[in-house]
Design a protein around this ligand. Structure first.
Ligand SMILES: C[S@@+](CC[C@H](N)C(=O)[O-])C[C@H]1O[C@@H](n2cnc3c(N)ncnc32)[C@H](O)[C@@H]1O
Length: 273
């Protein structure tokens, strides 16, 4: 008997959720992609292939992950000693396992101090499409209480981040949330959206601008790699133009910070809302 569209969406979602490569991906993310793929492809196999292709670009598994169970144990051991050097070494080791944060490690000494010198130190912060970046907290120079919301679509990553937040004495505010389908609604002083905008615009055509417009924050901090992952081409001018196109028509003051390997824009949206 022929499957209904809904049954096919469920079957495609299930197949991908069972796979080793994308088993940790938020089911909501897979289902949304499956709904589109099933409309475009009659055969389930072709729909599965189409969803996997998109997930390759969205999840970017090639950027790397730690062994989450082992990394959680290492964090616990470090917090048990209570020695700040041990804690920073455990965080650094996890940050090193993912390309975006690995590239940022040499910048950490002044990355956040230069950003927060522009934005002020946040009491409430969002880290959107966060990857492992919340483990950079020890280098952020932030005081508690701090509400640090972090959003990603990788289940093990979110569990790991909340584990870290608890050990660090922060509220466990990492959320499994697909920000392309549900923009973060929390009010905050600063929203970080680091090294993801080009991919986000490619994956969810035209969603970058409404995301930035909707965020209920005083400051947007949006960054770009200055060198391409593969070719070593310099992307600074291209991404600067791209950033200004995205916010064209808005009267938002922008401060640019250029680091070795990362171009950061601090954009003042003004009073929340
Ligand atoms: C290139 S990494 C950047 C990580 C981090 N922002 C940094 O610079 O260290 C991109 C991250 O975005 C997440 N991501 C991609 N699309 C997303 C979406 N629609 N909603 C939430 N997270 C998403 C991926 O799972 C991945 O962890």
């Amino acid at each position: 008997m022929k499957q209904s569209v809904e049954e096919m969406v469920t079957a495609v979602t299930h197949t991908i959720k069972q796979s080793a490569k994308y088993g940790q991906t938020s089911e909501e993310t897979i289902r949304k992609l499956a709904e589109t793929a099933v409309r475009q492809h009659k055969k389930p196999k072709a729909a599965v292939k189409a969803v996997r292709k998109q997930l390759h670009s969205i999840m970017a598994p090639y950027l790397g992950d730690p062994d989450y169970a082992a990394a959680a144990v290492a964090l616990e051991a470090a917090f048990t000693t209570g020695d700040q050097a041990d804690i920073e070494a455990a965080c650094r080791s996890s940050l090193h396992s993912h390309l975006s944060t690995r590239e940022r490690l040499p910048l950490m000494a002044d990355f956040y101090s230069r950003i927060f010198a522009v934005t002020g130190r946040p009491r409430v912060m969002l880290d959107i499409a966060c990857g492992l970046n919340p483990l950079a907290f020890p280098w952020m120079g932030l005081e508690r209480p701090l509400d640090f919301y972090a959003y990603d679509i990788h289940e093990a990553r979110i569990t790991f981040l909340n584990h870290y937040f608890r050990l660090q004495g922060l509220p466990p505010l990492a959320k499994l949330q697909d920000v392309a389908h549900q923009f973060p609604a929390e009010q905050a002083d600063v929203a970080l959206f680091l090294k993801e905008m080009p991919r986000f615009e490619r994956n969810y055509h035209g969603q970058g601008r409404p995301l930035l417009e909707t965020l209920n924050v005083n400051w947007l901090v949006v960054s770009y790699p200055t060198v391409s992952t593969h070719g070593g081409r310099n992307l600074t001018n291209r991404y600067r133009d791209f950033m200004f196109q995205l916010i064209e028509g808005h009267d938002w003051p922008v401060t640019e910070l250029l680091f070795d390997g990362e171009l950061v824009f601090c954009i003042e949206k003004g009073a929340r809302g």
